[in-house]
Design a protein around this ligand. Structure first.
Ligand code: NAD
Ligand code: UDP
Ligand code: UDP
Length: 343
């Protein structure tokens, strides 16, 4: 039986998405840390289709092999199971440094590990960038602004972060990661780019990572109560993942080295999100108020004039279109998991 299986695998040739042909001169060797995660895997798709050589490094804490499975075996693609807290010696031209848990339940699950990944892990990637003279882009976050006192947030704002609160392992980890980038730039001439990413959603988001978009869509699809934390008056501004990927590519390949906000300024209260998602999904979910979360930022909206000015970038995908694509993805995931439960 086993023999039969091996034969079919050998006979069935794998079909890859189409990649552009790049000459040796234009083709870059690009490392994506955290490339098996939500954002990373979309970035990998784009870089691969552009014809580059892509190496993904991931410890699969929150990432999944399935997110990049369609590239495994392709001659331009490599997947390394590696934890960036440990040194890494490879040769590359560019580093997109995305490895870090990103949703509050994930980064709070093991705060010490979150700190190690963002500090030791970032030092290692900067050490690598220094040795091979690669440019490094850090995936930072709007969380560096903490619970902001100015609105909307621009890049000159220094932030309002509780250094010992439950979110500190992530917020302060990313803040010191930014500090490290500019220290390596000044002291060692490493070329750095810093993207301050605001809330992002889309297909391949983790179903159970506890973020608001995934929670609300799943709850609505399963006719469960939609759980708003607190009164639902806090606001967020959500960008669709393809817009973020456009922004990351534009920033990496620009001449601009100061931090840049990447987000969609389309701001809604969490209660509005609950209503929007319920009406898109249909169904009869009730919206219930749960206790508020500690240190939950009350308002968040990016000022994107810097990205518009230096990158000529602004988000293109409207919220409702992005949400519909995400709902379709979750619907398929639910069907898939029901199917595998039955078999
Ligand atoms: P994700 O959890 O889907 O991806 C993170 C990836 O990093 C996962 O594949 C995980 O396995 C990997 N990883 C974690 N620790 C690692 C380690 N020590 N060594 C190697 N790999 C490790 O999250 P995401 O939403 O794709 O976020 C990607 C990046 O963007 C993160 O740095 C995050 O902080 C940042 N960001 C995301 C958002 C958002 O809304 N999604 C917002 C702001 C910033
Ligand atoms: N490092 C790495 N890959 C490399 C070069 C360095 O992982 O290709 C790590 C190395 O383990 C070191 C860190 O990056 O701890 C910082 O490197 P740097 O050269 O700045 O520091 P040093 O080696 O001088 O302590
Ligand atoms: N939230 C909510 N219900 C949920 C999950 C989240 O009301 O089931 C709220 C959360 O309190 C926060 C906002 O939605 O105010 C965004 O939360 P998320 O965890 O997605 O991201 P954050 O911006 O807080 O990192």
């Amino acid at each position: 039986k086993m023999e039969n299986k091996i034969k079919t695998l050998e006979q069935g040739k794998k079909i890859y998405p189409e990649v552009k042909f790049l000459t040796y001169r234009d083709r870059k060797r690009i490392l994506v840390t955290g490339g098996a995660g939500f954002v990373g895997s979309h970035l990998v798709d784009r870089l691969m289709m552009q014809g580059h050589e892509v190496t993904v490094v991931d410890n699969f804490f929150t990432g999944r092999k399935r997110n990049v499975e369609h590239w495994v075996g392709h001659e331009n693609f490599e997947l390394l199971h590696h934890d960036i807290v440990n040194p890494l010696y490879i040769e590359v031209d560019q580093i997109y440094h995305l490895a870090s848990p990103a949703s509050p339940p994930n980064y709070m699950y093991n705060p010490i590990k979150t700190l190690k990944t963002n500090t030791l892990g970032t030092i290692n990637m900067l050490g690598l960038a220094k040795r091979v003279r690669a440019r490094l882009l850090l995936a930072s976050t709007s969380e560096v602004y903490g619970d902001p006192e100015i609105h909307p947030q621009n890049e000159d704002y220094w932030g309002h972060v509780n250094p010992i609160g439950p979110r500190a392992c992530y917020d302060e980890g990313k803040r010191v990661a930014e500090t490290m980038c500019y220290a390596y730039e000044k002291q060692e001439n490493v070329e750095v780019r810093v993207a301050r990413i605001f809330n992002t959603f889309g297909p391949r988001m983790h179903m159970n990572d506890g973020r608001v978009v995934s929670n609300f869509i799943l709850q609505a699809l399963q006719n469960e109560s939609i759980t708003v934390y607190g009164e639902g008056e806090q606001t967020r501004s959500f960008q669709y993942v393809s817009d973020l990927v456009d922004g990351l590519l534009a920033l990496m390949n620009s001449n601009y080295s100061m931090p840049v906000n990447l987000g969609n300024p389309d701001e809604h209260s969490i209660m509005e999100f609950a209503r929007i998602i319920r009406s898109l999904v249909g169904g009869a979910s009730e919206i219930v108020k749960n206790p508020a979360k500690e240190d939950d930022p009350r308002r968040r909206k990016p000022d994107i004039s810097r990205a518009q000015k230096y990158l000529n970038w602004s988000p293109q995908v409207p919220l409702l279109i992005g949400l519909n694509k995400t709902i379709d993805y979750f619907l398929n995931e639910l069907r898939r998991s029901r199917h595998s439960e039955r078999n």
